[in-house]
Design a protein around this ligand. Structure first.
Ligand SMILES: [Zn+2]
Length: 314
C-alpha cells in the first residue's frame, strides 16, 4: 500500500510516493506556475502524480495535499492562499477529475506537523505539539496519533497565541503573539535592538552591521559570554518556554517538537528550554513530563505529512 504526498509551495510543488512507514520511495517536483492560475497548477499536480505512480496499481490508495493559506480540510477546498493568488479553489474536486483516488487537503503547517509527528522526531509518541520557528511561527497539534486541526481545518495556529498582552505587534494584527517573540524575525529584531543599546557588545564583531544580523548572532555571542547577547537569548528562551508551557498545560503532549532555523543551535537551545520549563511545569511530582525534541525531517515533512493525511484514516 502507498500514498502520494503533495507539498504545494509558492515556488515549487513537491510530490512523493510515500510508503506506510513514511519513506519517500519516489519523488518529482514542478515549478509553481502562479501566474497561470489555479487550473494550470492543478493540471501540473495531476501530471506530477502520473509521473510517479501507475494508476492501474491497486496498492496506490490515496493522495494527501498540504497547501498554504486558509484551507477547508472538510471540503477539500482552498478558501484563500495569498502566495498562490488563489481564492475559493475546489482543489480536491478538480484534481479528482485527473486522478481517481481519495484526496485529502490540509494546511501546509498542520500537514508538516503531522509528518514530523508520525514519521520524524515524534514517531515514538501519539500526542505531540510541533512548533516551527521560521520567518513566522507555525505548527500543529497531533492528538491520539491524529492531526487536530479544528473546525474546517483552520485550527492549530499556534504562533498566534498571545503570550504578552499589549506586547510586540504581530503580522496577524494582534499584539504579543508567540510569533512576535519567537520567530527568527523577532529574534533578529531583538538582536538589533540590543546591539543599538550596547555599542560595546561582541555582537558587533560577529555582525558588523545591523543588516548582517542573523538568527545566529545573539546565540553565538552568548556562547562567548557577551552580556547583551545573553540578555537577548534569555528573553527568547523565556517567551518560547512560556509558550511551550501553555501548550503543555492545554494538551499535555508527550513531546513538543521544534523545527526551523533556530533549531540549528541543537542541545544548546534544548537544554536552556528544558531548564526553563522544568522549573515551571504545572502539576505535582510524578506528573508526566513532556520531552523537548528537534524536528528531523526538514523539507520532507510536508510530503510525508500529506501522505499521512490518508494513512491516519486507514
Ligand atoms: Zn499573531
Amino acid at each position: 500500500m502507498y500514498c502520494v504526498g503533495i507539498d504545494i509551495g509558492g515556488m515549487s510543488i513537491k510530490a512523493g510516493v510515500v510508503d506506510k512507514r513514511g519513506n519517500i520511495v519516489k519523488k518529482n517536483t514542478v515549478t509553481t506556475d502562479v501566474a497561470a492560475g489555479p487550473k494550470k497548477i492543478i493540471d501540473d499536480i495531476g501530471k506530477l502524480i502520473l509521473s510517479i505512480v501507475d494508476m492501474n496499481d491497486r496498492d496506490f490508495v490515496g493522495i494527501g495535499i498540504g497547501c498554504p493559506g486558509a484551507v477547508n480540510s472538510a471540503a477539500g477546498t482552498v478558501d484563500c492562499a495569498y502566495n498562490l493568488n488563489w481564492r475559493n479553489v475546489a482543489l480536491a474536486e478538480e484534481l479528482s477529475r485527473i486522478v481517481n483516488r481519495p484526496i485529502k487537503v490540509g494546511n501546509d503547517a498542520n500537514v508538516a506537523a503531522l509528518g514530523e509527528s508520525m514519521y520524524g522526531a515524534g514517531r515514538m509518541y501519539t500526542d505531540t505539539v510541533v512548533l516551527t520557528l521560521g520567518t513566522g511561527v507555525g505548527g500543529g497539534v497531533v492528538l491520539g496519533g491524529k492531526l487536530y486541526d479544528g473546525n474546517e481545518g483552520k485550527g492549530g495556529e499556534l504562533g498566534h497565541m498571545v503570550i504578552q498582552v499589549d506586547g510586540e505587534q504581530c503580522t496577524c494584527g494582534r499584539r504579543g503573539c508567540l510569533e512576535a517573540y519567537c520567530s527568527a524575525t523577532a529574534l533578529m529584531r531583538d538582536t538589533r535592538k540590543a546591539m543599538t543599546a550596547n555599542p560595546d557588545s561582541a555582537m558587533w564583531k560577529y555582525s558588523p552591521t545591523l543588516e548582517e544580523v542573523s538568527g545566529l548572532t545573539a546565540f553565538e555571542c552568548c556562547k562567548q559570554g557577551d552580556a547583551a547577547a545573553k540578555s537577548v537569548v534569555d528573553r527568547y528562551i523565556k517567551y518560547l518556554g512560556e509558550g511551550m508551557l501553555n501548550f503543555a498545560n492545554i494538551f499535555r503532549p508527550q513531546a513538543i517538537i521544534l523545527g526551523g532555523g533556530v533549531c540549528g543551535q541543537g542541545d544548546y537551545l534544548i537544554d536552556k528550554l528544558k531548564d526553563y520549563c522544568i522549573k515551571r511545569e504545572y502539576g505535582f511530582a510524578g506528573m508526566p513530563r513532556f520531552d523537548i525534541l528537534i524536528a528531523q525531517l526538514g523539507n520532507d515533512a510536508g510530503v510525508v505529512g500529506a501522505a499521512g493525511l490518508i494513512y491516519e484514516l486507514i
